[in-house]
Design a protein around this ligand. Structure first.
Ligand code: SF4
Ligand code: SF4
Length: 148
């Protein structure tokens, strides 16, 4: 779902331009407002949506799989430690849900070079390096019960 900018809300601060990994958020030279120059190249990472202080960026599904033309709004509320998601369908229905944001203090995540080198056995494992410890999960990763 690529992003688009409500130009009447955007103040041209450029945060979305700085954060976009695909380098497709640009500031229009005439209107001094941001816009997505190439929606097909959007990673759909929502970094810009969460970073925008004016809440000026929405994401919209492609018409082929979202025929109701819904839009998605993500609102980062740092005071509450949450991100609120609002899905709005063209027929007026809305779905709202809230998820916690990461609260790891800045600079406290160790660099991979500070971690113990994986053993030869760990290198053959399906788990990623330092899982499940890095996920704070005891007793291994969860699995589907009764799966064949
Ligand atoms: Fe760039 Fe990600 Fe925003 Fe797409 S969702 S415009 S890739 S920051
Ligand atoms: Fe506009 Fe928001 Fe981008 Fe700032 S972060 S330039 S307000 S769309």
């Amino acid at each position: 779902m690529p992003t688009f900018v409500y130009m009447t809300r955007c103040d041209g601060c450029g945060h979305c331009v700085d954060v976009c990994p695909s380098d497709i958020m640009h500031i229009d030279k005439t209107y001094r407002r941001a816009y997505n120059i190439e929606p097909n190249m959007c990673w759909e990472c929502y970094s810009c949506v969460k970073a925008c202080p004016q809440n000026a960026i929405d994401a919209r599904g492609y018409a082929d799989f979202a025929p109701l033309g819904h839009s998605v709004r993500a609102l980062r509320e740092e005071e509450k430690g949450t991100i609120s998601w609002k899905l709005k369908f063209r027929d007026g229905r809305e779905k709202n849900f809230v998820s916690p944001i990461r609260t790891t203090p800045w600079g406290t995540i160790p660099s991979p070079t500070n971690l113990e080198k994986p053993s030869a056995e760990a290198m053959q494992s399906q788990e990623l390096a330092h899982e499940p410890d890095a996920l704070n999960i005891e007793g291994g990763l969860p699995s589907l019960k009764g799966a064949v």
